[in-house]
Design a protein around this ligand. Structure first.
Ligand SMILES: C[S@@+](CC[C@H](N)C(=O)[O-])C[C@H]1O[C@@H](n2cnc3c(N)ncnc32)[C@H](O)[C@@H]1O
Length: 281
């Protein structure tokens, strides 16, 4: 396997320019029903990074309409990635089988509408959490997390994908500054904590208040477990039910080992929001 390139912050604007170029084929194709999607600037960032890293297997957690799936597939296809080879794909994972803004529409429907030729390279797993999906998704060399924005969910999603990520791979995170948007009233801090507390290499998009960034995993991705636990220890914004946490503990024990499972349990016991908080499952 060829080495994963490093990305420096001073490369980002030229990657975004190339991402903008890749996105030209999608101009005018986004129907009015598609909402709640990543912005054009965020599209440029993720397409540019994909153009540079050339991942063959990608997972996206948080699909909604399927617009960001479309953008990712489009970037992969224009690089000669989905060129008929069945082993090149993007898997979308979403807890909801239905598009959260219109229950009449299936999650991910934009892909079939906008890039039907790329459907053979698209897989979708809905009605499951990321940790339930990943064993079926298998090994990936790039991930994009854009699901639940309240802490700890993005960090949970990162813990889910890490055991399946290739050495030194990158994970893009959306809405890293969502909590700074006044209407969010400093809530929805999951991607913010994950990106800004990340100790390893990372880059963000060019705007002054970037909404998208990417973090670089170590050679053995599981080596960052303790760093991730440190981020997870920041008090949670939402309560996570005990029965769901038990499933998470089992996952952590299985993929990170017994000691990690204990560390994870201790962290959950301290950081979980009391049941009076808004529940989420
Ligand atoms: C902001 S939308 C994703 C937008 C999409 N990435 C785009 O740009 O087109 C967030 C999605 O995450 C899903 N979601 C919420 N919580 C989740 C969880 N814990 N696991 C997986 N998906 C979740 C929602 O159903 C919703 O479809």
């Amino acid at each position: 396997m060829s080495a994963v390139p490093k990305i420096e912050q001073n490369q980002v604007s030229s990657l975004e320019n190339f991402g903008d170029h890749l996105g030209k084929s999608l101009i005018g194709k986004r129907s009015s029903w598609i909402m709640g999607q990543i912005s054009k600037r965020d599209e440029n960032f993720i397409s540019g990074i994909i153009s540079y890293l050339k991942p063959q297997k990608v997972v996206e957690v948080g699909v909604a309409s399927g617009w960001s799936s479309t953008v990712i597939l489009n970037a992969m296809s224009q690089l000669g990635a989905p060129d008929g080879k069945e082993d090149v794909w993007l898997t979308g994972v979403d807890l909801s089988p239905d598009y959260y803004l219109d229950k009449e529409i299936r999650t991910g429907a934009a892909v079939a509408e906008i890039v039907p030729d790329l459907l053979p390279h698209y897989r979708l797993k809905t009605g499951v959490f990321s940790f339930q999906a990943m064993p079926d998704v298998g090994g990936v060399d790039f991930a994009f997390i854009d699901a639940h924005h309240a802490h700890p969910w993005a960090t949970f999603d990162l813990l889910s994908v890490i055991p399946f990520m290739s050495p030194n791979s990158w994970v893009a995170l959306h809405d890293i500054n969502l909590c700074t948007v006044p209407r969010h009233q400093h809530k929805n801090r999951a991607p913010y904590y994950l990106y800004f507390l990340w100790k390893g290499p990372k880059v963000h998009s060019s705007p002054e208040t970037p909404m998208i960034g990417a973090i670089n995993l170590p050679e053995n991705p599981r080596d960052c477990f303790s760093d991730v636990i440190e981020i997870l220890s920041t008090p949670w914004e939402v309560h996570v039910p005990e029965d769901l946490l038990h499933l998470w503990v089992e996952y952590v024990v299985k993929y990170y080992g017994d000691a990690a499972g204990k560390e994870f349990m201790n962290c959950c016991a301290i950081a979980n929001k009391p049941t009076l908080g808004r529940s989420n499952a």
